[in-house]
Design a binder for this molecule. Structure first.
Ligand code: SAM
Ligand code: SF4
Length: 473
């Protein structure tokens, strides 16, 4: 559909997003970037004029999964060409960064390969591809630089068209830590923090568009050190940024993820004590409870350092709940090391956690070391997960009878059901009418399962303001 001024309003864009919340954020920004070119989001690849795979390299066989998806898309692209249409096919994200030109070699029907740090150049890349005749001999475009310019300076303002009650906001990207097992420093590049003023402006826009909760995102979010606002000297850390965001009227909840134990500072711990909008829940990955393995992982903290941090957070905010990431079967891990991980988990008591079998990532140091057998890794993972799941059930069960402030985010699967989040990131199911979506209401927890809790809205209670976000019975 083409307007008189030449604006094409009818192009459909399908983005398939793999992996973490950072990719979810990036995909939304890609859609914002392509909107001025006339692209709007389509629910499926079949009829799309452009398909983007926004990939993740963290999980096993990530690249192979992308190649097999590209195989399926080749058939769709051919069918579209046969019916006189054209599908532009692009691969972005961390697999694109890692594989680069190999994608164009193995899947020559791909038009564009771009990395996490170059997606602000997408409009120019798409224009370049569309300028060439469809089915012509032109090769696909490759842009996996780590450019000098900061991507964020070239992104349009995040669209307020589809406001989310619980929004995500990227404040920091990349990582300089080089954990032995991790591809992030290679695919996302060096650590970068957005200036405070940009973050606050984006948060204000999100709140004006209806967000009540904002999760600050970063690969290493507590390494945040953004340039001070208003020409002020120096840089602000995450704790100070959180204080500034808490002044935004209407922003009821602030969260941040993912943190590294080595980057926790006193200001961040104090923010949990002093800022009621900051939720009493922290995802703080430890990876292992063995100092030997932590050293081999290049984590730069010991198990006791981690325990002390948890104690300090809990002292600042007594109802603080914790989550973590664990890797089992890192090269060199023996039964004693694994027992130390179990002991750490027993001692801390997590509200939830993610656990993974170590899987080698090409180009990372741990991939070159002798590997443990898969059966050993699988058995350890099963043991650890059993313990973590039991802790999660226990945490949910302990909330029974409490009245928790719940931000009602979306309709549930059943008619009349709403789903919200407690301060501790639990999924809370309640009965209620759709007009309550977006409200932050007290809910009495009456049932607890493995992955969610059930509650009933407390009758006749006015909406909870930010300062009461800490309320719990
Ligand atoms: N920056 C965060 C940190 O330092 O903990 C985590 C980033 S990473 C995207 C998320 C999680 O994936 C990690 O915490 C780790 O547990 C897991 N992970 C990363 N590389 C892995 C690998 N090669 N094998 C298994 N799990 C891995
Ligand atoms: Fe990867 Fe996190 Fe380690 Fe950085 S700190 S290398 S993102 S696991």
């Amino acid at each position: 559909m083409v307007e008189k001024d030449g604006t094409d309003l009818g192009k459909r864009l399908y983005i398939k997003t793999y992996g973490c919340q950072m990719n979810v954020y990036d995909s939304a920004r890609m859609a914002d970037l392509l909107a001025p070119l006339g692209y709007h989001i389509a629910p499926a690849a079949g009829e799309a004029d452009m398909v983007i795979l926004n990939t993740c390299h963290i999980r096993e066989k990530a690249a192979e999964k992308v190649y097999s998806e590209l195989g399926r898309l080749r058939a769709l692209k051919r069918a579209r060409a046969a019916s006189g249409g054209r599908m532009v096919l692009a691969v972005g994200g961390c697999v694109a960064q890692a594989e680069g030109a190999e994608i164009l070699r193995r899947a020559p029907h791909v038009d564009i390969v771009f990395g996490p740090q170059t997606y602000h150049r997408l409009p120019a890349m798409v224009a370049g591809i569309l300028a060439a005749p469809a089915g012509g001999a032109a090769r696909g475009l490759l842009d996996t630089d780590f450019p000098e310019e900061a991507k964020f300076d070239f992104l349009p303002e995040a669209a307020a068209a589809s406001p989310s009650v619980a929004a995500i906001l990227s404040v920091q990207e990349g990582c300089d830590k080089f954990c032995s097992f991790c591809v992030v420093p290679y695919t996302r590049g060096a650590e970068y923090s957005r200036p405070v003023a940009d973050v606050v402006a984006e948060a204000r826009r999100l709140v004006a568009a209806g967000a009540r909760e904002i999760t600050l995102l970063g690969q290493n979010v507590n390494a945040y050190h953004g340039a001070a606002p208003n020409g002020g000297a120096g840089e602000w850390g995450l704790g100070r940024l959180i204080h500034a965001l808490a002044e935004i009227a209407g922003l009821a909840r602030i969260r941040y993820t993912t943190s590294h134990p080595g980057d926790v500072d006193e200001a961040l711990i104090a923010a949990h004590r002093d800022v009621p909008q900051l939720m009493p829940f922290l995802h703080l990955p430890v990876q292992s409870g063995s100092d030997r393995v932590l050293a081999a992982m290049n984590r730069k903290h010991t198990a006791d350092d981690y325990r002390r941090l948890v104690e300090r957070f809990a002292a600042a905010r007594p109802d603080m709940a914790f989550s973590s990431d664990f890797i089992v079967g890192h090269p060199g891990e023996d039964e004693v090391d694994f027992a130390a991980t179990l002991a750490l988990v027993e001692g801390i008591g997590y509200a939830q956690a993610f656990s993974f079998m170590y899987s080698p990532r090409p180009g990372t140091p741990a991939a070159q070391a002798p590997q443990l057998p898969d059966e050993v890794k699988a058995a350890r993972l099963a043991t650890l997960q059993e313990l973590l799941w039991a802790q999660q059930r226990r945490f949910n069960e302990a909330c029974r009878g409490d009245v928790l402030p719940v931000l009602l985010e979306r309709p549930g699967r059943h008619p009349g059901q709403l789903i919200g989040r407690s301060p501790y990131l639990q999924s809370v199911h309640v009965e209620g009418s759709g007009h309550l979506l977006g409200a932050l209401l007290p809910v009495r927890i009456v049932g607890a399962g493995q992955n969610s809790v059930a509650g009933v809205l407390e009758a006749d209670v006015p909406e909870i303001g930010p300062a009461a976000a800490a309320v719990s019975a």
